[in-house]
Design a protein around this ligand. Structure first.
Ligand code: CP
Ligand code: NVA
Length: 333
């Protein structure tokens, strides 16, 4: 059911397929921990195309490819002709004739869709401005590891409600039946078309999805609070505007104290929780704040799961590559 397919956005997959990927990621994590080999892509070559920077996604694809017996090759934005001297279609045809699979991280969803259309081998979306689908398998996997089940759990995303991670969390939750609330200022509410689509999925899955600017009421019965940077890659001129809008949506102790039951904290990373980065120092100098979307206290709290989530990127990306390119026998659910 997955063989030869692209992994470009969540809506291309059914709830059963997404749940399969989550469970298969958990299985592959177990195999890795027990030292059991799983070289489903032995002898393959994997292309890693990055227009934007990355720590987790690049490392996850590299290690996962190696564990699967494949050879990864990194091609950065300035290393190849893509877009500048050669069209996406021509690039896709060339890369597809040499590599067995292609990861792409960049700006445009259209570009990754075009790569997928012309490459003739599976193309995996490692993040665009619109979606971050490989992140979703790791995130919902982490939720499942912590609570044992997904259906009916409540995840509250606090912050920029219309970035790639928010879009992906919202639609994925709606598909698989996780109750996702987006808590953000009205200016950053998700796109109406996305909301309409999510509502359709939610009818089917039973998910309760919600968009609100009232973060304090939203978090009371949360099982997970999730946040992401206030300024995504490519929007670096928006720090002032976003800080002003998003300060009330910071995950801090005052907010987590409102949660009534057990909960976990999630963050796709990288995070601005201190001033140990160039941007962090710059923001302190210019705007007088030393923490942005999450305070250092909450980031280091016992509920924080962001580093498990980061590790899970590797297991889940491995699952995605294995099912689309590994000739595995997967009975239809
Ligand atoms: N979460 C995530 O995609 O991290 P990177 O940008 O480091 O790949
Ligand atoms: N929204 C962030 C996610 C980083 C993993 C960005 O696009 O920069």
């Amino acid at each position: 059911m997955f063989q030869g397919r692209n992994f470009l956005k969540e809506i291309d997959f059914t709830a059963d397929e997404l749940n399969y990927l989550i469970d298969f990621s958990i299985h592959l994590k177990d195999l890795k921990k027990r030292g059991i080999p799983h070289e489903y892509l032995k002898g393959q070559n994997i292309c890693l195309l990055f227009e934007k920077t990355s720590t987790r996604t690049r490392s996850a694809f590299t290690v996962a490819a190696n564990d699967l017996g494949a050879a990864p090759e990194f091609l950065g934005a300035n290393d190849i002709q893509l877009g500048k001297k050669e069209s996406v279609e021509d690039t896709a045809r060339v890369l597809g004739s040499m590599f067995d699979g292609i990861e792409f991280r960049g700006f445009s969803q259209e570009m990754v869709e075009d790569l997928g259309k012309y490459a003739g081998v599976p193309v995996w979306n490692g993040l665009t401005d619109e979606w971050h689908p490989t992140q979703m398998i790791a995130d919902y996997m982490t939720l499942k590891e912590n609570f044992g089940e997904l259906k009916g759990k409540k995840l509250v995303y606090c912050g920029d409600g219309r970035n790639n991670v928010a879009n992906s969390l919202f639609i994925t939750g709606a598909i698989i039946g996780v109750n996702v609330t987006i808590a953000s200022p009205e200016e950053l509410f998700p796109d109406e078309e996305l909301v309409a689509k999510a509502q359709e999925y939610a009818k089917e899955s039973g998910a309760k999805i919600e968009i609100t600017s009232d973060i304090k009421s939203a978090v009371k019965d949360a099982d997970a609070l999730y946040t992401d940077v206030w300024v995504s890659m490519g929007e670096e001129d928006k720090f002032e505007e976003r800080i002003n809008l998003l300060k009330p949506y910071q995950i801090n102790k005052e907010l987590t104290d409102l949660i009534e039951g057990d909960y976990i904290i999630l963050h796709c990373l990288p995070a601005f929780h201190d001033t140990e980065t160039v941007y962090g120092k710059d923001v302190l100098d210019k705007f007088g704040i030393s923490e942005m979307e999450i305070t250092d206290e909450v980031f280091r709290s016992e509920q924080a799961r962001q580093f498990d989530q980061a590790e899970n990127r590797m297991h889940s990306i491995k699952a995605i590559m294995a099912v689309t390119n590994g000739n595995l026998f997967i009975p239809k659910a």
